[in-house]
Design a protein around this ligand. Structure first.
Ligand code: SF4
Ligand code: SF4
Length: 293
């Protein structure tokens, strides 16, 4: 039998690496004042490594003909890289790199230990589905307000910025409050900011509709154990999907046969449909859902 590759430790290592990198970049100024310089990241700033800064500045340029203050060229390069990876693999930035997504996940591990299977299941499905479109409203608000003010208006509410700058005295009270609320909510709901409020997640989530490499489930070998549903941080019903096309998928691959699905080669990450037409009926009858195509 083909040996299974375990993705979880690889993903955790990458998340820790980026979390420490962003933390060191944020601490850079304070450390430099104390006479400590870190080679390679000397002079880097949080604004320079924020791909969302590139998005709002580009929008600002298109609508008003000027770039947003504080945005660096590196933000544009990162924005292009993140978009290219999203077209290929979906929002891997959210699932593997974003340190604010990672910290919500790590706090969520405590919640999962306390509340066990009830964790991440507190909000009724109907309300939850509506709330998930809130992040598009936030995105619209950020774009309009940025174009009007020529400033990164979201910075005053941004919990990511607050997390990596709370010691500087530059963070608005609204940012600190948002950070506190998100971290407390993460004890009950997995990645609440990603699900309901992140404007960048909203942009990247659209890639799920056309990404080249998709999460695909082979119904003929599925044993309906529902492990994939229980593991998905974004509460997506992978167990009834043929191809996951949900706008909330963060490409964490936790549902795949390389992670939680106990049956080899049943949930796969692939650019082509691994399921033959003759194999499509199974004990777990595949429902026609918005997760399929
Ligand atoms: S569907 Fe799979 S890859 Fe997408 S968020 Fe859920 S567990 Fe992660
Ligand atoms: S796809 Fe895998 S994890 Fe999901 S219900 Fe089927 S066998 Fe279980």
């Amino acid at each position: 039998m083909k040996k299974r590759l375990r993705l979880k430790p690889v993903r955790t290592t990458i998340q820790i690496f980026f979390f420490i990198l962003i933390l060191l970049i944020s601490l850079g100024h304070s450390l430099e004042e104390a006479g400590v310089t870190i080679p390679l990241i000397q002079g880097a700033s949080l604004h320079a490594v924020c791909p969302f800064g590139g998005v709002v500045s580009l929008y600002q340029y298109i609508t008003a003909g000027s770039f947003v203050q504080k945005i660096h060229d590196s933000s544009f390069i990162l924005m292009i890289l993140v978009f290219l990876t999203a077209i290929l693999f979906g929002p891997v930035f959210c699932g593997w790199i974003c340190p604010f997504g990672s910290i919500q996940e790590w706090v969520g591990k405590i919640g999962r230990k306390i509340f066990k299977r009830k964790y991440n299941r507190y909000i009724p499905g109907k309300i939850d589905r509506i709330l998930r479109y809130l992040r598009y409203a936030v995105l619209l608000w950020v774009l309009i307000m940025t174009a009007v003010s020529v400033k990164l208006v979201f910075a005053d509410f941004d919990p990511y910025y607050a997390l990596f700058n709370f010691w500087t005295g530059e963070v608005a009270v609204t940012g600190l409050v948002t950070l506190g609320v998100v971290l407390v909510l993460s004890l009950f709901v997995e990645r609440p900011f990603c699900k309901y409020a992140c404007p960048y997640g909203a942009v990247l989530g659209i890639s799920n509709f056309f990404r080249i490499f998709k999460i695909r489930r082979k119904a003929s070998t599925c044993i309906s154990c529902l492990e994939c549903d229980a593991t998905c941080p974004m509460n997506i019903e992978v167990s009834t999907a043929k191809n996951v096309l949900d706008h909330q998928c963060i490409s964490c691959f936790a549902c795949t046969s390389d992670d939680s699905c106990p049956v080899p080669e049943t949930v796969q990450f692939s650019s082509f449909n691994v399921v033959k037409v003759s194999e499509e009926t199974s004990p777990a009858e595949t429902k026609e859902t918005k997760n399929e195509n």
